[in-house]
Every structure is written in C-alpha cells, then in structure tokens.
Design a protein around this ligand. Structure first.
Ligand code: FES
Length: 208
C-alpha cells in the first residue's frame, strides 16, 4: 500500500505538554501536544531566525521557541514576542504546518494538503519504536515472513507461538526507524525482544 502518511512515532511516546522531533521523508518537523492534548506538527524551523522548534517548550496551549521566546499557538500563528510585549504579532508570522493525526496508537504525518485518511491498524497494539542503521532491503532479507513497503505485515513465529506483526517504516538519512505493533494477545516483552533480535540480524546482513 502506498500512502502519503508516514508514521513518526507511537502515541505513548508523546504525552500532553511535550514536543519531539519528527520527520516526513527529508523534512524535519517539530511534533507537539498542548497541555489539553491538541496535536500539531510544523517544519522544525522558527519563523524568526530558524532555531529548531523541537528544542522549544510547551506551556499550556502554546509552544515557545527556545532562542528568543516567540510564542506560537496550536494553529501555528505567532501569539507573543517577548522583546515587544505590546505588539500584536502580524498574522503572516506563522510556523509551516503539516497534518498530524493520532490513530490506533500511532502518530501519522503528511503534508497539509493531504486528502486521504491515514491507514487504519485496528485490532493491533503499539509496542515500541526502534532505529536501524540499515535499509528496508536488509530488513526484508532478515525476516521473510514480512511483506509490504511502507507498512510491513506478517505472522512471525517465536517462543512457540505465531504472532501478528506490523512494522511502520519511517525513512531517515542513515537507515530506517520502525514503529512496531502486534496482535492484541501477544506478549509485549517477547515481541520487544524479537524486534531487538531482528534489528541485529538486519544490520548484520549489511555487514555480510
Ligand atoms: S529563533 Fe525562534 S524566537 Fe528567535
């Protein structure tokens, strides 16, 4: 399945009041949740002087840049400039927004003009994210039970049980990040260990 949506993390990794770095293909993003849980994703570049907004901090329903403290609302508009406290910031000062959706325990990113909905993964449980220094080809070579491109799925047997596995692939400059989900009745610790072993095997494939 091909989609413009890319998973950038699992919902449990982004609690309310927290900002984290995200990525949509080569575009670096700041992804954050306000105190009330509203999600936003913007290009990771402050409209003032380009500081990474993912280095900023969330206060209530706003995100503040760590450099000169400009304050942005969840709509991306600048609300306050500390050096000019009585100034109403012009509407043109705004962070460049991406679409960000939390669905089935996954944080999905896409350009703001995306028309389709994110893929549904109902019935699966989020496990964890992990980064690999190899590409998709090495991962597929390491585990033949998985099929797909951006979303790998398959039934994998370990510990004497067949477990449904779903891996969401996020490209990054030096490899891939996987966001893993599994069948509802699977043992999360066992799946997490299997993922570690898979990473080792896939990275070894590159070295062969
Ligand atoms: S660079 Fe962000 S407030 Fe100046």
């Amino acid at each position: 399945m091909t989609t413009r949506w890319i998973a950038t993390g699992l919902c449990h990794d982004l609690p309310n009041g927290v900002v984290m770095a995200g990525r949509w293909h080569d575009t670096e993003l700041a992804v954050w949740r306000s105190a009330s849980g509203k999600l936003a994703a913007w290009k990771d570049r402050c409209p003032h002087r380009g500081m990474r907004l993912s280095h900023g901090f969330v206060r209530g329903e706003t995100l503040s840049c760590i450099y000169h403290g400009w304050v942005y609302g969840t709509d991306g508009g600048c609300k306050h400039i500390p050096a000019h406290p009585s100034l109403v910031p012009p509407k043109a000062i705004r962070a460049e927004a991406f679409s960000c959706v939390a669905l089935d325990g996954v944080l999905w990113l896409a350009p703001a003009d995306v028309s389709e909905a994110p893929p549904r993964l109902g019935g699966l449980r989020p496990v964890r994210s992990l980064s690999l220094t190899c590409g998709l080809a090495a991962l597929m070579a390491a585990e033949s039970a998985l099929a797909g491109k951006d979303i790998l799925r398959g039934s994998v047997t370990f510990g004497g049980h067949a477990v449904e596995i779903c891996l969401l692939v996020q490209p990054k400059p030096d490899g891939i990040t996987l966001h893993a989900l599994c069948g509802a009745s699977a043992d999360l610790v066992a799946v997490s260990r299997w993922l570690e072993a898979l990473r080792f095997k896939a990275e070894e494939k590159v070295a062969e």
